[in-house]
Design a protein around this ligand. Structure first.
Ligand code: NDP
Ligand code: GDR
Length: 374
């Protein structure tokens, strides 16, 4: 057990929620920054919630925003954290093409604001800093598999903003001696993944279709290749990176890649649905030609369930990503523990449960909004 304090930006997100759980189990006092929203936005951490009227709390939330320097400085001054995990971001690549300046502000300058607050408060020797860097930095890949030394070629406003954050983290390490490091994390997913990222969109969409709540899954580029791991494995690594003698940047990945299409097929297999994909490219249509298994109600052969929609193609695509995690394996003794098949099983089970609830509500006359965003 430890008496350390950690501050997490993005605590209400996928990784933030798993990291908060992980640190609380280790005995940390965990502080998190949440944004003010017009509705409750703490669903992923509600199970960790502690009544603010209780004296001895080990999870404390602060209102804040990565665009607000004075707010970040005040929170850092109040908390005096041993470790800062900068996970907050506008993290959707496609959305970054629509909101490039906002994405640059939050994802790029947000990191600078935190680093500068640490320096301004004289916390350089006390506070260790983790930056959530990304495989999107490799973009148009220059080498396969990608490792720590592979040159970057960002392909979206999101990736360009993250490139700034990557380098400013290294700059503060070199200029001011801060313990600051980048985790270059490849895609990682879970049942808590946002509904507009491709894996969750697929598991949720197929479960809804299986229960008759929707009749079609609209997809973008199904040929994209990704190296998918489980968020739970990856947050353990974020912590490990701040426990070393010296700050260093690491690639975190599984070293295995699949197409988006293969992911759809694996999720369909988990549900007991067999798909047939017809055509290539934009006019591609997937047709269910066989239904098997007892996990979900039968679909009618011939039901169209996967259809290409051009709106989900990006102005510039990252076609292939494959990480080489050997440095993390040898230096930090880190290995991913959850396989892709296990993760898909967990995601499908979760989304099937949610779909069943929605189906029950629908049966009793309540309407459910079925978003096709993402
Ligand atoms: P999510 O999108 O699930 O979570 C993002 C978090 O950032 C949410 O808590 C969100 O708050 C918060 N946030 C957004 N904008 C702001 C802002 N202006 N100020 C403060 N907080 C803000 O992302 P993940 O958990 O998946 O990812 C965590 C980090 O890791 C991100 O930085 C992402 O870019 C990076 N990353 C993720 C990878 C992945 O595969 N998941 C891979 C590599 C890097 P709210 O809940 O209110 O929206
Ligand atoms: P990515 O994740 O862009 O890699 O960024 P996402 O799941 O959004 O896309 C992965 C690939 O799937 C293709 N794709 C679709 N994507 C979405 N969202 N919706 C679709 O309908 C669809 N059809 C095909 C995409 O074009 C892409 O090639 C994620 C985020 O978590 C980032 O924050 C993080 O930095 C990187 O992973 C590593």
């Amino acid at each position: 057990m430890t008496n350390k304090k950690a501050l997490i930006t993005g605590i209400t997100g996928q990784d933030g929620s798993y990291l908060a759980e992980f640190l609380l189990e280790k005995g940390y006092e965990v502080h998190g920054i949440k944004r003010r929203a017009s509705l409750f936005n703490t669903e992923r951490i509600d199970h960790l919630y502690q009544d603010p009227h209780v004296e001895q709390r080990n999870l404390i939330l602060h209102y804040g925003d990565l665009t607000d320097s004075s707010n970040l400085t005040r929170i850092l001054q109040e908390v005096q954290p041993d470790e800062v995990y900068n996970l907050g971001a506008q993290s959707h690549v496609a959305v970054s093409f629509e909101s490039p300046a906002y994405t640059a502000d939050v994802d790029g300058l947000g990191a600078l604001r935190l680093l500068e607050a640490i320096r301004f408060l004289g916390l350089e020797k006390k506070t260790r800093f983790y930056q959530a860097s990304t495989s999107e930095l490799y973009g148009l890949v220059q080498e396969t598999p990608q490792k720590e030394t592979t040159p970057f070629y960002p392909r979206s406003p999101y990736a360009v903003a993250k490139l700034y954050a990557y380098w400013i983290t290294i700059n503060y390490r070199e200029a001011y001696g801060l313990y600051a490091c980048n985790g270059i994390l490849f895609n990682h997913e879970s049942p808590r993944r946002g509904e507009t990222f491709v894996t969750r969109k697929i598991t949720r969409g197929l479960c809804n279709i299986a229960l008759g709540l929707e009749d079609c899954l609209y997809m973008g580029n199904m040929d994209a290749l990704r190296d998918w791991g489980h968020a739970k494995d990856y947050v353990r690594m974020q912590w490990l990176m701040l426990q070393q003698q010296q700050a260093e940047d690491f690639v975190i990945a599984t070293g295995i890649q699949y197409t988006v299409r293969a992911f759809i097929e694996m999720a369909a297999a988990e549900l007991g649905i067999t798909l047939r994909f017809e055509g290539q490219g934009l006019d591609e249509i997937g047709i269910v030609d066989q239904v098997a298994g007892d996990k979900a109600p039968a679909l009618q052969p011939g039901d169209v369930i996967v259809r290409i929609d051009p709106r989900y193609f990006r102005p510039a695509e990252v076609e292939t990503l494959l990480g080489d995690p050997s440095n993390a394996k040898s230096k930090l003794e880190w290995e991913p523990e959850i396989t892709l098949v296990e993760m898909i099983g967990e995601m499908v089970a979760n989304d099937l449960e949610q779909a069943r609830r929605h189906a029950l509500l629908k049966q009793h006359g309540f309407t459910m909004a079925m978003s096709h965003e993402g």
